[in-house]
Design a protein around this ligand. Structure first.
Ligand code: ADP
Ligand code: MG
Length: 554
C-alpha cells in the first residue's frame, strides 16, 4: 500500500500536512529523523504511519503517561495493534504486554522513559525486531528546555542495548537552536533528516494586556467573547488555580482546575471533563497540556506571565488546533516578573544557567512591552522571518490607540542612566528622574547628577513603562542579574542624537490628571548636553568589547 493510501485507510485524511510526507518517507527508508513542528502540527502520524508500514515493532518513548492509554485506545480503534508500558500497569498487565510483544502482537508500543532500562524490558527487546524508536516530546532530554525529564537521558543506553540499531526519530515543538542541538547530541541521532515546518499559526490572535484587576477582566472578557466555547486559563501557582476556579464557578462558569498538587484521579477526571466538553474552562498550572489533542480550544489566557517564550508558545499553541480562529491572551503585571525572578533565584543552580534563565525571561518581558507586531516577536525568537512587519492579527497590529512621541522622554532616561554611571536598576533611575528624596538616592549622592528631577511630572509607572519599552527594543540593555542594572547600548546613540524617533501608546503612559502636565514637559527640556558624552562612552565601550571579544552592543 502506498503512503497516501495508508493515510486515508487508517487515519481518514486525504493529504499530508506540510513536512509529514518528507519525514515519513525518510523514516521508512531507515534514516534517522528530527521533526520540528509546532503544537498541533501533526507529529504523531510521522511515527504512527511508518510503524504500520514497517515490519517489526515501533517503540514510542513518551513522557505523557496520563495520555498513553487514550492514544493506545484510539490506535486500536483505528485497527492498529498498540500497547503501552508505564507505571499505571500492575504486574500482571505488564507481563501480559511483554508476552504480547514477544508474540509479535503489536505494531506500536508506547513506553515511559523510566521503564526503558528495566531488566525485564531490555531482556525482552534484545531478541525482537524493532524497526523504529520514536522519541516524542524530545526536548524533554534537554536541561535548557522547560520540561526536562532526567530519564530521557537514558534513551541512548536503551538504543545501544539493542542487537541492531533501528532508525531513531525524534519529535518536538521546540525550535530553539540550542535545544535542537542538544536533542541531536544527547539522543545520538545519526545524520538525521531534519524537517522544520513553519512555526506560524495564522489562526491564532495574540494579545498582551496590562489590567489592574485580572479576575474582573477575565469574567468580562469571557462574557463578551466566549459564552459557550472551551478554553484554558494558565496560572503560575496551585493556589491561584484553586482560587480562580472558585471565582469562576461562583459566577456561574463551568470550570475545573488542574495542578500537580491534586491527586491523580481528580486530575485525570478534570482533564477528561475538559477534553470531552463536560466542563468548558480548565484553570491550570503548566502541568497541564503537553500532548493534549483537543481541537476546539478557542482561547488560551495566561493569567500570569510564564517563564519564557518557549513555554508561552507551547501553551498558547494549544488553542485552535482545528485551524479555526482562536485567542491567545497574556495578562501581564510587574509582579509576574518579580515572581519569575524569585523562582530563578531560589533554584540553587549554577550562575551560568541562571543567566540564561534570566535572559529567556527577559525575551518574554520584552514581548509584553513591545509596540511591534507580536507574531513577529514570537517568530523571531524561533529564528523565523515573517514576510510582513505587521501580521494584522495581533493586538499591536490592530490596536488603534493613540500613539505619542516619547523621544524626549527616552532621551532623558538614557541620559540619566549614563549620569548614574550605568550602575543602577530601573527603580533607582526612576527615583532620580523624579527627584526623589529617598534615603538611598541621597546616600548615593544621586541628587547631584544633572538629570535629577527632570521628569518630576511623570508617575513611576509611566517612566517604568518607557524604560521597559526601551529595553524591549534594544535601546537599553538590562543586565541578566539578580538585581538587573540598566546600561546603554550602541543603539542608544540614535535616540540621543534624535536620529530615531520613538512612539508609545499614549494611554499607557499617563493617568488622566497627568495629561496636561506631561504635555507641557514634552515641549520643554533640552538634553543635547549628553550627546557628546555619549559618543565618548560609545567609543569606550566598543573598545572594551573589542578587547574582550564581546559583541559590541554592550
Ligand atoms: P502534535 O503532536 O504535533 O502536537 P498531533 O499529532 O496530536 O499534533 O496532531 C494534531 C491534530 O492534527 C490531530 O487531531 C491529528 O489527527 C490531526 N492531523 C494530523 N495529521 C493530519 C493530516 N494530514 N490531515 C488532517 N489532520 C491531521
Ligand atoms: Mg504530540
Amino acid at each position: 500500500m502506498d503512503l497516501q493510501n495508508i493515510l486515508k485507510t487508517y487515519f481518514g485524511y486525504d493529504e499530508f500536512r506540510n513536512g509529514q510526507d518528507k519525514l515519513i518517507e525518510s523514516i521508512i527508508k531507515g534514516r534517522d529523523a528530527l521533526g520540528i513542528m509546532p503544537t498541533g502540527g501533526g507529529k504523531s502520524i510521522c511515527y504512527q504511519l511508518p510503524a504500520i508500514a514497517l515490519d517489526g515493532i515501533t517503540i514510542v518513548i513518551s513522557p505523557l503517561i496520563s495520555l498513553m492509554k487514550d492514544q493506545v485506545d484510539s490506535l486500536n480503534e483505528l485497527g492498529i495493534n498498540a500497547a503501552f508500558i508505564n507505571s499505571t500497569l500492575d504486574n500482571d498487565e505488564f507481563l501480559q504486554i511483554l508476552e504480547g510483544i514477544r508474540g509479535n502482537s503489536y505494531k506500536i508500543v508506547y513506553v515511559a522513559p523510566e521503564r526503558l532500562n528495566t531488566d525485564s524490558f531490555i531482556n525482552l527487546v534484545k531478541d525482537i525486531r524493532i524497526s523504529l524508536v520514536a522519541v516524542d516530546e524530545a526536548h524533554c532530554i534537554s536541561q535548557w528546555g522547560h520540561d526536562f525529564r532526567p530519564s530521557y537521558l537514558e534513551i541512548p543506553r536503551f538504543i545501544n542495548s539493542l542487537k541492531q540499531r533501528p532508525a531513531v526519530a525524534a519529535f518536538t515543538a521546540t525550535a530553539t537552536k540550542e535545544i535542537i542541538k542538544e536533542i541531536n547530541r544527547l539522543i545520538g541521532l545519526r545524520n538525521p533528516i531534519e524537517v522544520t515546518t513553519g512555526f506560524d499559526r495564522p489562526n491564532l490572535y495574540y494579545q498582551v494586556l496590562k489590567v489592574s484587576n485580572k479576575s474582573k477582566f477575565l469574567i468580562e472578557y469571557l462574557n463578551e467573547n466566549f459564552k459557550t466555547e472551551s478554553g484554558i486559563v494558565y496560572c503560575s501557582t496551585r493556589k491561584s488555580v484553586e482560587s480562580l476556579v472558585k471565582v469562576l464557578s461562583d459566577k456561574g462558569f463551568s470550570a475545573v482546575g488542574y495542578h500537580g498538587g491534586m491527586n491523580s484521579e481528580e486530575r485525570q477526571k478534570n482533564q477528561d471533563d475538559f477534553i470531552l466538553g463536560n466542563k468548558r474552562i480548565i484553570v491550570a498550572t503548566n502541568a497541564f497540556g503537553m500532548g493534549i489533542d483537543k481541537p476546539d480550544v478557542r482561547f488560551v489566557i495566561h493569567y500570569n506571565m510564564p517563564k519564557n517564550m518557549e513555554a508561552y508558545y507551547q501553551e498558547a499553541g494549544r488553542a485552535g488546533r482545528d485551524g479555526e480562529k482562536s485567542d491567545c491572551i497574556l495578562l501581564y503585571s510587574a509582579s509576574d516578573i518579580v515572581k519569575q525572578k524569585l523562582m530563578i533565584q531560589n533554584n540553587d543552580i549554577d550562575p551560568k544557567r541562571q543567566e540564561i534563565l534570566y535572559k529567556n525571561l527577559q525575551y518574554l518581558v520584552n514581548y509584553c512591552n513591545t509596540n511591534d507586531c507580536l507574531r513577529n516577536q514570537i517568530l523571531n525568537y524561533f529564528d523565523e522571518d515573517f514576510a510582513n512587519d505587521k501580521c494584522k492579527n495581533c493586538s499591536n497590529c490592530i490596536d488603534s490607540s493613540e500613539m505619542m512621541d516619547i523621544t524626549l522622554e527616552a532621551q532623558k532616561i538614557l541620559s540619566c542612566i549614563y549620569r548614574v554611571s550605568q550602575r543602577y536598576g530601573a527603580n533607582m533611575v526612576i527615583q532620580v528622574l523624579r527627584g526623589s528624596k529617598n534615603k538611598k538616592v541621597l546616600e548615593a549622592r544621586l541628587d547631584n547628577v544633572s538629570t535629577y528631577g527632570i521628569m518630576k511630572e511623570y508617575s513611576d509607572s509611566a517612566i517604568s513603562e518607557i524604560i521597559m519599552t526601551l529595553v524591549s527594543s534594544g535601546y537599553i540593555h538590562m543586565t541578566h542579574d539578580k538585581y538587573p542594572v540598566l546600561k546603554l547600548t550602541s543603539k542608544s546613540a540614535d535616540v540621543l542624537s534624535g536620529k530615531t524617533k520613538l512612539h508609545h501608546k499614549k494611554h499607557l503612559l499617563q493617568k488622566k490628571d497627568e495629561k496636561e502636565k506631561a504635555s507641557k514637559s514634552i515641549k520643554g527640556g533640552n538634553i543635547d548636553f549628553d550627546i557628546e558624552l555619549f559618543e565618548k562612552l560609545k567609543q569606550y565601550r566598543y573598545k572594551i568589547a573589542q578587547e574582550k571579544g564581546l559583541p559590541p552592543y554592550v
